[in-house]
Write a protein that binds this ligand. Structure first.
Ligand code: PMP
Length: 406
């Protein structure tokens, strides 16, 4: 097998449109990926043929919906390398997954004097829930530093992660820098101190293999929309023994075994954390997206993405006054940069007129901007469907924009 990018591009209908009378160049996959036909069709097919609520009905459609929904959970478990499907909690996405852990595991296990250690390159969704927990409990938030390439300082981490640490949180792949972090090493450091390891996998699932058991991760959060599936669906992986010991968070239907006005008994995992009607179509479509990825030669796909990233880096550096932000040797998917004398927002606006979609701003990682002493970057981010030709269009667009802006 190998990876034929043109064949795969053809499967993503949104890529084949004109914007401002120019062919769309989608370089914003870190914000959200485009969806292949099979995913769009799966979502529509659910509503056309199977639409019913899950877990409660005795009728045929409910049984069918439940079977497909649970098959989606099984596929996510397999994709992440989980030992069992009941270790997969189906949620809105990474943000909800981290908040769930902070509000359930955190409330039960963190008290005044304890420490939570997170990397300095976290997305706000893996910072703010821990700050809120620290405010509630009197625990302290510690930050693991990184260097000017965006490489985590493991020696510093060794001194910060200590007996007071209860949880270590780290982004698997940084959305602002592209760094692939050594989460297996961090997990070992956490476990040596009796702490648990939470990984934000939002940006990783599309670009690197994930193996939660092999990496010995306790909690792994992911978002479907970053991995060619719909928005509004994602998952939290948690080791069964941790999930079982955690209190529930949201109360409601589906998360109970029995309810009286005196007492409620909770359902077993994962239902205990899945109050209310879930995004049934989303789970099914996420399963289809993972099947789609599974049908590809993933090694060849990663090699293709590496090639476009390396080519993009090389070509960007031809632009006078351009500085890359995030130059870690282990890096995927993201080309973040600033250009002397040009504001990223202005660049983004002009590139849009060329049909080129990039992201500009702080990328929900303001502490990363503070580290590099910049307010914002321009970020071109890659999906499996991007090509060297997309990079060439980006460079032409940037050169045209600089002419206007400088
Ligand atoms: N973490 C990272 C690294 C991200 O890139 C994102 C999305 N930009 C999130 C977390 C949050 O994901 P979601 O909005 O899907 O919950």
């Amino acid at each position: 097998m190998n990876f034929d990018v043109e064949r795969e591009r053809a499967r993503f209908p949104a890529l084949h449109q004109q914007v401002w009378n120019k062919p769309l160049t989608w370089l914003d996959s870190a914000a959200t990926t485009q969806k292949p036909d099979v995913v769009i069709d799966a979502e529509a097919a659910f509503y056309r043929e199977d639409n019913a609520n899950v877990h409660r009905g005795v009728h045929a459609l409910s049984a069918r919906a439940t079977q497909k929904f649970e098959a989606g959970r099984d596929k996510i478990a397999k994709f992440l390398g989980a030992a069992e499907s009941r270790e997969i909690v189906l949620l809105r996405g990474t943000t909800e997954a981290v908040n769930l852990v902070a509000n359930t595991w955190g409330t039960a296990n963190v008290k005044a004097g304890d420490e939570i250690a997170i990397s300095g390159m976290e997305h706000h969704s893996n910072i703010v829930p821990w700050q809120m927990l620290c405010q509630r409990t009197g625990a302290t938030l510690r930050v693991l530093p990184y260097d000017d390439r965006g490489v985590l300082d493991l020696d510093a981490a060794r001194t910060i992660i200590g007996p007071k640490t209860k949880l270590v949180g780290c982004v698997h792949v940084s959305n602002a820098l592209g760094t692939v972090n050594p989460v297996r090493d961090l997990a070992a450091l956490a476990h040596a101190q009796g702490a648990v390891m939470l990984v934000d996998g939002a940006q990783a699932t599309a670009h690197v293999p994930v193996d939660v058991v092999g990496m010995d991760i306790d909690f792994y959060a992911m978002s479907g929309h970053k991995v060619y599936a719909p928005t509004g669906i994602g998952a939290l992986y948690g080791k069964a023994k941790l999930l079982e010991a955690m209190p529930p968070w949201q109360g409601g239907g589906d998360m109970i075994r029995s309810v009286t006005f005196e007492k409620t008994l909770y359902a077993a995992i994962p239902a205990k954390f899945e109050a209310g009607t879930p995004n049934v179509a989303g789970v099914i479509a996420l399963g289809v997206a993972l099947d789609y990825l599974g049908s590809l030669d993933r090694e060849a796909m990663y090699a293709h993405e590496d090639d476009v990233l390396a080519y993009g880096t090389e070509r960007l550096l031809e632009i006078p006054g351009l500085r890359m932000v995030g130059t870690a040797p282990q890096k995927v998917g993201v080309l973040s940069f600033v250009i002397d004398g040009v504001h990223p927002h202005d660049l983004g606006t002009i590139l849009d007129r060329h049909g080129i979609a990039i992201r500009t701003g702080h990328h929900c990682a303001q502490p990363v901007m503070a580290h590099f002493k910049i307010p914002a970057t321009a970020r071109a981010s890659l999906g499996l469907y991007n090509t060297r030709a997309d990079i060439d269009r980006l460079i032409d667009g940037l050169l045209a924009a600089i002419k206007v802006l400088r």
